[in-house]
Design a protein around this ligand. Structure first.
Ligand code: 13P
Length: 251
């Protein structure tokens, strides 16, 4: 059966020193209690090696927030999937709405990134989600379907390795969370889109996380929904106590 997962996305926050301290604190708290879900922290590229050094084996996973769509070569400033893997990281966030919106990432690039991540043994946390206008004009189910379908040229065995994160763009960093019902409806929709292509068993085994203003105060209600398998957490992942509060929603 699918896993419950709480993943943090630190975005462009923390200096190296602050990041190592935060990772160390979370690691210490998680060692002291057995979490009832998998935990992953996704951190800036610059922090990966040092953060890996303070995480105990088996306590939590480590991810990057992006990787290049190119394998290697003359792409100044880019970081490849192989480089991410070589730091000891095991996950990578791909297709975050901030990458789609501010850096113009499209479906074709995201498919290329996903293939490279998988080829290098990284688990993609693949983000989808509609903007406010699409929520309001009723096209949100179609929009998200299209974003998921961008990966449908993958072989079933590859698609099965992916974690999906539904992040309605209007809920990210706004304090405006999707209701648990809105999240459940979309997660069930995503699962049915996957089932149509890859079959019910693979769809039932796919973890689908919710992201967007998820906090200790609303995590329990969101995670109680049958198709919500955890969260991708931004702001609340930057403090060990609020991140732990969300992890404890699975207790
Ligand atoms: P917030 O939790 O800050 O709304 O961010 C969500 C997000 O974008 C996680 O990837």
């Amino acid at each position: 059966m699918r896993k419950n997962i709480v993943a943090g996305n630190w975005k462009m926050n923390t200096t190296l020193e602050e990041g190592v301290e935060l990772a160390n604190e979370i690691n210490g708290l998680l060692k002291g209690k057995k979490a009832n879900c998998d935990v992953v922290i996704c951190v800036p590229f610059t922090h990966l090696v040092a953060v890996k050094g303070v995480i105990d084996e088996g306590v939590m996973g480590l991810g990057a927030e992006n990787c290049s769509e190119h394998e290697k070569g003359a792409y100044t400033g880019e970081v490849s999937a192989a480089m991410v893997k070589s730091t000891g990281a095991d996950h990578v966030i791909l297709g975050h709405s901030e990458r789609r919106q501010y850096f113009g990432e499209n479906n074709e690039q995201l498919l290329a990134k996903t293939k490279l991540a998988l080829a290098n043994g990284l688990t993609p946390i693949f983000c989808v989600g509609e903007v406010l206008e699409e929520r309001e004009n009723g096209s949100f189910n179609e929009v998200v379907k299209g974003q998921v379908e961008a990966l449908f040229s993958l072989e079933p065995a590859d698609f099965a390795k992916i974690i999906i994160a539904y992040e309605p763009v209007w809920a990210i960093g706004t304090g405006k969370t999707a209701t648990a019902e809105q999240a459940q409806d979309m997660h069930a929709h995503i699962r049915s889109v996957i089932a149509e292509k890859y079959g019910k068993e693979l769809a039932d085994n796919t973890s689908i996380l919710y992201g967007g203003s998820c906090k200790p105060t609303n995590a329990k209600e969101l995670f109680a929904k049958p198709d919500v398998d955890g969260g991708l957490i931004g702001g609340a992942a930057l403090k060990a106590d609020s991140f732990m509060g969300i992890i404890e929603a699975f207790d």
